[in-house]
Design a protein around this ligand. Structure first.
Ligand SMILES: Cc1ncc(COP(=O)(O)O)c(C=O)c1O
Length: 327
């Protein structure tokens, strides 16, 4: 290896100015409480290495969407962020109202109307020990990026899923949306390595959990919408919303009912449809699970109906939406 250069502050700034990566094109803005403002140059969207979120995963996060200038399910995501922070006794650097205002200002600074908003509350910089009390104070980072275009094929043809071999989280950790996401990351890696779209966790008793960053549900042969209880999985905002919206389909007689219950892979193998839910995925059909064809092997009626309900809610239901730009 060549002799490593000792860089001056100015040299670093110059190098940062030259940084150009393809993924930078999607990065629009970042608010950092550490810097005390908003940056729009992707090279400046950085976090101090001694922030406990970096070296210990000591932080919590959320990802939510802004569609046509309106944030979808802002309250729900902020409530979950609040719960996650409380569960690990992480002090919030801003009040809920100030946090909302910071989100709106950061999106406005980005100038975009359609984006993904990522919120991080970190334990904060200070020392390199795991001791939370050795940080200067918790920090907030808000990152605005473009949403990556989804492959229409996954909706038209369906997804392939496999049972995961990654140990499932205990109730407490399944319910903190922490920046310590190693099991979830390994599930994604497992899926990529196996050439499938998602892998699905299974608890010690053989019950279905969730995907790496998605919830799972099925439509039984009796047309019931069945979903695992929230004891070993994250309470997904998309799934909770769909369970609410789908009551309309029960009233119309399309669905027989909506119920949370323990589901085994066999229940899914025999299901009419298997569905995947998440903020960036929406409602995706799973058509092959552990090599077994689900239903007809094609996306089904309920995937379409659920996705339609979600899209309508996301674009037309004022009570689920927070406008970013003044009208
Ligand atoms: C582990 C896990 N399960 C489920 C979900 C889906 O939740 P949501 O619908 O709120 O995006 C996520 C979202 O990132 C997740 O991380």
């Amino acid at each position: 290896m060549d002799k490593l250069e000792k860089l001056s502050f100015q040299q670093v700034v110059k190098r940062l100015e030259r940084f150009e990566f393809e993924h930078f094109q999607n990065y629009r803005a970042m608010y950092s409480s550490w810097l005390g403002g908003i940056v729009t140059d992707p090279a400046l969207m950085v976090i101090p290495v001694d922030d406990h979120m970096v070296h210990r995963g000591d932080g919590v996060f959320e990802a939510l969407k802004c569609v046509r200038g309106k944030i979808y399910l802002l309250e729900e995501h902020l409530n979950r962020l609040h719960t996650s922070a409380e569960m690990i006794q992480l002090e919030r650097p801003l009040s809920q109202e100030d946090l909302k205002d910071a989100i709106l200002q950061t999106i406005r600074a980005s100038g975009v109307s359609d984006c993904v908003i990522r919120l991080y509350i970190s334990r904060g910089p200070g020392d390199f020990s795991p001791r939370p009390d050795q940080s200067i104070g918790s920090q907030l980072y808000i990152v605005i990026t473009d949403e990556k275009p989804k492959s229409p094929e996954k909706y038209e043809k369906g997804c392939l899923v496999l049972t995961s071999s990654i140990p499932v989280k205990k109730t407490f950790f399944a319910n903190v949306k922490s920046c310590n996401y190693l099991p979830n990351v390994l599930m994604k890696k497992e899926a990529v390595d196996a050439g499938v779209d998602y892998t699905i966790s299974i608890d010690e008793k053989g019950f279905i959990g969730e995907g790496g960053t998605e919830n799972i549900g099925i439509i039984s042969q009796e047309n019931e919408f069945l979903v695992p209880g929230f004891d070993r999985i994250l309470r997904g905002t998309t799934l909770v919303r769909i369970m609410d919206l789908a009551r309309e389909l029960v009233d119309q007689g399309e669905l027989k009912g909506i119920r949370q219950t323990g589901l085994k892979p066999e229940d899914a193998y025999q299901a009419r449809e298997m569905l995947i839910f998440g903020t960036t995925t929406g409602v995706l059909p799973a058509v092959l699970y552990d090599g077994r064809t689900i239903g007809t092997g094609k996306p089904g009626k309920f995937q379409r109906l659920f996705q339609k309900l979600l899209t309508e809610d996301m674009t037309g239901n004022a009570s689920s939406l927070t406008p970013v730009y003044p009208v």
